[in-house]
Design a binder for this molecule. Structure first.
Ligand SMILES: NC(=O)C1=CN([C@@H]2O[C@H](COP(=O)(O)OP(=O)(O)OC[C@H]3O[C@@H](n4cnc5c(N)ncnc54)[C@H](O)[C@@H]3O)[C@@H](O)[C@H]2O)C=CC1
Ligand SMILES: O=C(O)[C@H]1O[C@H](OP(=O)(O)OP(=O)(O)OC[C@H]2O[C@@H](n3ccc(=O)[nH]c3=O)[C@H](O)[C@@H]2O)[C@H](O)[C@@H](O)[C@@H]1O
Length: 433
């Protein structure tokens, strides 16, 4: 099939490259000329394992990129993968998607025949029907359900495993305005269903339900993590090893073993944003989301607890303190929602001189928000002369650190990810026991 993807960021680029790999002809459309140039040159615009290989293989063949929305006219369906960030009050900001939909609608005005617009961006229930469809109808002069269809097909991939997740989903969720829409989505994903390692469930549902499934999925996982973090905090007070507790409760199939690693908390581009969006949306409907407020409260306290534990051993004022890890998790250079930000803020508030390292180029983006931090090019350089270290991201190379700790002025290590080996010569503070 001929597919266009509007918005070639983390989701759009991996969706475009994977669909090309499944045999579709794909055009990625982005307003960022640099992204377009890189894809056409066969390079990945983002740090994502497996993606460079796919782009290198398909660029110039089944995958191309452009800044010109007119390219979508030659395709059967268009994915919408633009960003849906949070506003200051946590509510969802749909303005980028709305502006993009005008470009899409104006282009569709010139197209003959049915076209399907598939919303992959995470949007609240109702937004597709009430805000996206009217823009498309107005700018294209066409009628939804007749001249064109609209679908909601949320994405559940995680950063760092996006390619693997896209190609091996546990479920495909389709909401659509009409049968042709459902038909096109089934055809599109057919090669994926055929080649996936395990059978993916196909959930055909309404537009509103499809949108809510995405939020429920993320918010449930965030709540699971805050629950295990709170349990771990209590475990630490009792001297109980919370990882042994997690392992045992994970054996109960009703709980499940995944997403039970307690520590510095959950970050990323979506858990914080989606949890905030659903809390704000609930309040708008006069519903107080008490549990979800607590889920966020527990999460935001974890990095501050780490600084508190460090201060049990060292007064950080005027002292050099190392922050190891800036990306919100290993395998990505993304700092959105990173717990390191809250740790840096807490350290700076208490007068520490922060020195930070991440194995990716995450420091470039971090430096824009935290210019007073010293960014160095190795963990050893960060630890050298430091009066304490906070381990914020579970990069494997941090787990391998050992003699580097001996160069610290005060070898106090607060391990937010349970990856550092306790040993003599290190004052170890875990979050989990
Ligand atoms: N990052 C992730 O792993 C996941 C993200 N999502 C959702 O997918 C959506 C996209 O997220 P990301 O890929 O992380 O965002 P992103 O910010 O990385 O990418 C968005 C892209 O859209 C482009 N864009 C903006 N306006 C445009 C326009 N008018 N025409 C063409 N391109 C335009 C931007 O230049 C940017 O490259 C969000 O709603 C997010 O919640 C869902 C699942 C996973
Ligand atoms: O909507 C999205 O953007 C995506 O959000 C998450 O994916 P992602 O943010 O890439 O990362 P996760 O692997 O879920 O990790 C999120 C955060 O939780 C933390 N985490 C995860 C697992 C765990 O056991 N403990 C833990 O602290 C990670 O360190 C990270 O900060 C979801 O897992 C995806 O299904 C979803 O598509």
């Amino acid at each position: 099939m001929n597919v266009s993807v509007v918005g070639s960021g983390y989701v759009g680029t991996s969706v475009a490259a994977c669909l090309a790999d499944l045999g579709h002809d794909v055009v990625a459309i982005d307003i960022d000329a640099d992204i377009v140039e890189r894809i056409n040159a066969g390079e990945s615009p983002i740090h994502e394992p497996g993606l460079p290989e796919l782009i290198e293989e398909h660029a110039g063949g089944r995958l191309r990129a452009t800044t010109d929305h007119a390219a979508l006219r030659d395709t059967d369906l268009t994915f919408v993968a633009m960003q849906t960030p949070s506003r200051e009050d946590g509510s969802i900001d749909l303005s980028v998607v709305e502006a993009g939909m005008r470009d899409v609608g104006e282009t569709l005005a010139e197209k003959d025949g049915y076209h399907l617009v598939v919303v992959k961006s995470t949007v609240l229930p109702g937004m597709t029907e009430e805000r996206i469809v009217p823009i498309l109808e107005e700018t294209s002069g066409k009628t939804v359900g007749e001249d064109f269809g609209v679908a909601v097909n949320p994405e559940f991939q995680s950063q760092g495993t996006a390619v693997e997740d896209f190609l091996n989903p546990d479920k495909l969720v389709f909401g659509a305005t009409d049968d042709r829409g459902f038909g096109l989505l089934n055809d599109l994903y057919d090669p994926l269903v055929e080649q996936a390692d395990a059978e993916a469930a196909i959930v055909e549902t309404g537009l509103r339900e499809a949108a809510m499934i995405k939020y429920a999925n993320n918010v449930f996982l965030a709540a699971k993590l805050s629950t295990i973090n709170e349990i771990a905090n209590v475990c630490k007070e009792y001297g109980v090893d919370s990882y042994e507790v997690s392992e045992a409760i994970g054996l109960d199939e009703r709980i499940g073993a995944s997403f039970l690693r307690s520590g510095a908390g959950w970050g990323g581009s979506c858990f914080p944003k989606d949890t905030d969006a659903i809390r704000a949306a609930a309040r708008e409907q006069d519903y107080e989301p008490a549990l979800l407020d607590a889920v966020v409260g527990v999460n935001d306290r974890q990095p501050v607890r780490m600084v508190d534990f460090l201060e049990k051993h060292v007064d950080v004022e005027g002292k050099r303190v190392a922050v190891l890890g800036l990306a919100f998790k290993p395998g990505t250079d993304d700092i959105r929602g990173s717990r390191s930000k809250l740790a840096i803020e807490a350290l700076e508030e208490r007068g520490a001189d922060v020195v930070a390292f991440d194995p990716t180029d995450a420091a470039d983006a971090m430096a824009e928000q935290y210019p007073d931090v010293e960014y160095v090019d190795s963990a050893a350089a960060a630890l050298d002369g430091a009066h304490g270290a906070l381990v914020m991201t579970d990069w494997p190379e941090f787990a391998a650190l050992d003699p580097e700790f001996d160069a610290m002025a005060d070898p106090v290590v607060v391990d937010g990810r349970r990856i550092i080996e306790r040993r003599e010569g290190i004052v170890y503070e875990g979050l989990t026991w």
